[in-house]
Write a protein that binds this ligand. Structure first.
Ligand code: ATP
Length: 227
């Protein structure tokens, strides 16, 4: 069953497309990575899947029907979106941040026990990785059916990137969440996702099973270098 589908989507800004004829189908429990160099159109694609940007052509479908127009309406139907901008409230404590997100705190601590000793600390004093754990767990405890993640691990150490992506993989497997993530850490992403698409200048230049793409690093690098 396809839970999220982009059908020949073109998207961009002020009627000027920067993503062309993007097609993607995602099933429950399936993780897809969108890879590609800076400016390739990854964020634009994700914003369009989320309902923040309206497609200039083509369509986005959820559960086999035309997706509701706005991010809020898509959220009501089970889509969660973690944007590139850090979304924790720096002056609130970790616990307050979780409560603002109406998060099941006990479940959050099951997912990331690392947060337990940090509950009364202002989130601004947490490490980047700990802040992203708060962000991720807030999304996961809302029980989304579809989770879109834009560069969760930007600027984080490799071990932390792995910790976060492992937890996304576990959520996809256990709760059958369909995940689409934009990631700069190609190797870490390809060892956890099922499929990947590589964007180059707004077009899909390569797509396939992650297991196959792991053996085609040269082709992926070519998409980055020929940018
Ligand atoms: P990065 O890894 O740098 O975030 P990206 O692959 O996510 O890159 P996008 O952010 O989607 O790429 O940008 C694709 C193109 O759209 C770029 O040429 C960029 O300059 C342009 N663009 C992005 N945001 C806007 C905007 N708000 N208004 C106009 N053009 C934009």
């Amino acid at each position: 069953m396809t839970i999220l589908k982009a059908d020949a989507v073109s998207a961009g800004y002020h009627d000027h497309p920067v993503v062309h004829e993007f097609t993607l189908s995602v099933e429950p429990g399936q993780m897809t990575a969108i890879l590609g160099p800076n400016g390739a159109g990854k964020t634009t694609t994700l914003l369009t899947l989320a309902g923040v940007l309206k497609p200039l052509a083509g369509s986005v479908q959820m559960y086999g029907k035309t997706a509701p127009k706005s991010l809020h309406a898509r959220a009501r139907e089970g889509l969660a979106f973690i944007s590139e901008t850090r979304s924790v409230f720096m002056e609130l404590t970790t616990l307050e941040n979780l409560k603002v997100g109406q998060c099941d705190v006990a479940r959050a601590l099951d997912i990331f026990p690392e947060l337990r000793p940090l509950m009364s600390k202002p989130a601004g004093l947490l490490s980047g990785g700990e802040q992203q754990m708060v962000t991720l767990v807030r999304a996961l405890t809302r029980n989304p059916k579809i989770l879109l993640i834009d560069e969760l691990s930007l600027g984080l150490a490799p071990k932390v990137v792995e910790r976060l992506l492992d937890e996304v993989r576990r959520a996809a497997d256990e709760s059958k969440i369909a995940v689409v993530l934009v990631e700069q850490h190609i190797n870490q992403a390809l060892s956890r996702v099922d499929e990947a698409v590589v964007l180059r200048r707004g077009r899909v230049s390569l797509r396939g099973q992650a297991s196959e793409l792991r053996n085609q690093k040269g082709r992926i690098q070519a998409a980055y270098l020929s940018h």
